[in-house]
Design a protein around this ligand. Sequence first.
Ligand code: HXC
Ligand code: NAP
Length: 278
Amino acid sequence: MIVQHHLPRDLFRGKTVFVTGGGSGINLGVASNFAALGAHVGICGRTKDKLDRAAVGLRELNAHADGKVLAVAADVRDPAALDAAIARTQAELGPIDVLVAGAAGNFLCPAEELTPNGFKTVIDIDLLGSFHASRAAFEQLRERRGCILFISAPQAFVPQAYQLHVGAAKAGVDNLMRNLAVEWGRHGIRANSIVPGPIEGTEGLKRLSSPEVDERAKQAVPLHRYGTVDDIGQAAVFLASPLASYITGTVLLVDGGSALVGSALWNETVQTLPRGKR
Ligand code: HXC
Ligand code: NAP
């Protein structure tokens, strides 16, 4: 993964960034972009091996700024585990300046086949997990007049077939974000959402797409390409930087214009998938 941008390499030196779900994909791309700008980085997820592997790369990226990296196993559905992870982050890296709530789960499922527990599972990870992380980090964010970045999804406002659970969860995340922007603004805490479009090489896209539809899907994006994890990482560092100091309560689409053209192609695609392929 190449992290390239034109900001000072020490922009986040001495700052602490904590990323839920930071062991892979887009969230690791976000963590990497902060590390490349000198931040101390804490990541959590359920799979310790994956986190440890990610931590090796993060340490290379922030070594120039004497950055530290902490990888801690915690399920965002478990508030006590998150409290412990976030307390440990403060003890080992310093109080959190930037919280990235990125942990999420997804699968394709027709609404009529979705079980109560299937629906609940995605709400628990995406929406409750984002609340638990925000709540756990509040005191540290207040101390640092920090910010929160929620990793949302277009399904929050563009309905998409077989994605009812994700749409409900991410719409909830964006609303949580707006409420926190209003309530915590008085503490100097900013809150914003980033909506990635289809991002190449990620688990999320793998679960929705297939090699057969990739070319058509890319051509349907107004910018005619899938995004990269660095596209999202760069938006994240912008929103956390002083360049965005008066931006709060926004949903920033980083999607090559995808949301403008709706979900028709995806709907047509998934509805023809045989059961075994989803
Ligand atoms: C229907 C399913 C299902 C499927 C699970 N369930 N997979 N239902 N179709 N393919 C149901 C189960 O039957 C069960 O309900 C309930 O969901 C919980 O399943 P578990 O396997 O016990 O859950 P758990 O182990 O907690 O795993 C959570 C998970 C899993 C979400 C189901 O896929 C996961 O760990 N995902 C993390 C990685 C991931 O999803 N990355 C992509 C993020 S992308 P019952 O009733 O049987 O008990 C994203 C969207 C972005 O978030 C948009 C992309 C463009
Ligand atoms: P990913 O690599 O699977 O990222 C999800 C991460 O969350 C994983 O590292 C996973 O690690 C972690 N996670 C899942 N459940 C968790 C839990 N209960 N507690 C703690 N951590 C948990 O997928 P991705 O595609 O990069 O998605 C990253 C974010 O981008 C998500 O918020 C997703 O909704 C959003 N998004 C993705 C796309 C896309 O094109 N990929 C588009 C729009 C939005 P463990 O499984 O080890 O816990």
